[in-house]
Design a protein around this ligand. Structure first.
Ligand code: SUG
Length: 417
């Protein structure tokens, strides 16, 4: 059995639009009402997956969810034609593209029963995300149906908000070795809501049968949430023994670093100082919402949004870092601007699962041929553009439904319809 890190990207759905639904997510608020480009968005995501395969990384994908979510609308005693605009937009959101928020994943080496545990996130702080978990759970149960290797859990109950892997980090000597798992929760965030509740994190740690001596519960800094870092993965990212973090990511940074070093002396903590990169620059450029990956030659690369390259202070700091003698040696900018305009960078678009790819339903594993097929379906069926006024247009709803069905057919996943 070879355990490797597989990145499962959420394919950007045909209903991708900018409705300004996520309070505290500055990009979402700033772009509210702008026209979106679903076809271009999905093709950007596919290009990122292709590039990662070319780097030698294992890649998977998840299908977009059925939107609008008619079940949810029925539960609210309404439908797309008569719903108020904010409910209509919430039902129609393509937010499941940000697969980092789909679940929390504890790989087999970390758990008492030697299985990889996955818990679907409830995402209940935001209305448009709170109804994702049913579709997500169905998909996780299919992709990770092999009960010898995986245990898929439902979401933790209300009122404890859980944002999945966006507020979770794992440090380990190598992906296939036992590691420490770090759960990052929020208490307050100035004008903005904290989305991850500590009780949700604790429940997941118990359900995943983690060793209490190898887990940490760390408070996200109030300043970071107030500055627009609504998820920890906007200010910190970990891979193997490396933690790459902004100086102001955690409420109690010194204690956090000391705890990590005590539990894992070989951990390397790279701290980006606020006097070089402010929280505002970090959030505008999303340099931490990078995929920090180990390449086949053993070196690490940061796959980051091209916005990071456009910011001179950020790019200056990153360039100095890779020229130094540290573990991160490569910077790989990628264009995911359509997703970025809703506050989702390269790391938001993927869920990391450490597992043997052979134990996963192969329909969810990507290769160049499958990505070509997916790109053809997207090119043929995805709307070119959507403006918020169109959300009640029956023609658009039909187009979006048929587009997803065409993709499910092409991926042999029509059972998810
Ligand atoms: O939950 N944006 C997402 C972005 C999620 C980013 N994920 C991670 N950081 N892991 C969110 O705020 C915007 C949708 C809208 O406004 O239409 C949105 O939901």
């Amino acid at each position: 059995m070879t355990l490797v890190e597989i990145n499962f990207d959420g394919i950007i759905g045909p209903s991708h639009n900018y409705a300004g639904l996520s309070r505290g997510n500055l990009a979402s608020s700033n772009n509210a009402g702008a026209p979106s480009y679903p076809k271009a968005a999905a093709l950007q995501g596919i290009k990122k997956m292709r590039a990662n395969i070319d780097l030698g990384l294992a890649q998977g994908f998840f299908m977009p969810l059925d939107r609008p979510n008619h079940d949810w609308l029925r539960w609210l005693a309404t439908d797309m034609q008569s719903a108020e605009p904010h409910i209509r937009a919430a039902a129609f959101s393509a937010s499941s593209m940000w697969a980092a928020n789909a679940a929390t994943v504890s790989p087999a080496p970390d758990t008492a029963d030697g299985k990889c545990h996955l818990s679907a996130a409830n995402l209940l702080t935001m209305a448009h995300r709170s109804h994702e978990w049913t579709g997500t759970l169905a998909q996780l149960r299919l992709a990770f149906a092999n009960e010898k290797h995986f245990l898929v859990h439902g979401p933790v109950p209300a009122p404890f908000g859980d944002e999945g892997a966006a507020n979770f980090m794992r440090l380990c000597a190598s992906h296939d070795a036992a590691g420490i798992e770090i759960f990052v929760y929020g208490r307050t965030g100035g004008p903005y809501p904290a989305r991850q509740h500590i009780e949700a994190s604790k429940a997941i740690a118990r359900a995943h049968r983690l060793d209490p001596a190898k887990i940490l519960f760390v408070q996200q800094s109030e300043a970071a949430i107030a500055a627009g870092a609504f998820h920890n993965d906007v200010v910190a990212v970990a891979n193997e023994r490396v933690l790459f973090t902004h100086e102001q990511a955690f409420e109690h940074p010194d204690q956090t670093y000391a705890d990590i070093k005590r539990m894992m002396p070989e951990a390397e903590i790279i701290i980006v100082p606020a006097n070089r990169v402010s929280l505002a620059d970090a959030i505008q450029s999303y340099l931490f919402n990078a995929q920090l990956v180990t390449l086949p030659d053993g070196g690490m690369a940061l796959i980051l949004p091209s916005e990071a390259q456009d910011n001179a202070r950020v790019w200056g700091w990153l360039t100095e870092m890779v020229e130094g003698n540290g573990p991160i040696r490569n910077l790989v900018p990628v264009d995911v601007r359509q997703s970025m305009a809703n506050g989702g960078g390269p790391a938001c678009l993927r869920l990391r699962v450490v597992a043997d790819p052979a134990t996963i339903d192969q329909r969810f594993i990507a290769d160049a041929t499958k990505l070509n097929t997916i790109a053809e379906v997207v090119a043929a069926y995805w709307p070119d553009t959507i403006t918020p006024e169109q959300l009640s247009d029956p023609d658009l709803l039909d187009k979006v439904r048929l587009a997803r069905l065409a993709l499910l057919e092409a991926a042999d996943l029509i059972g998810l319809a």
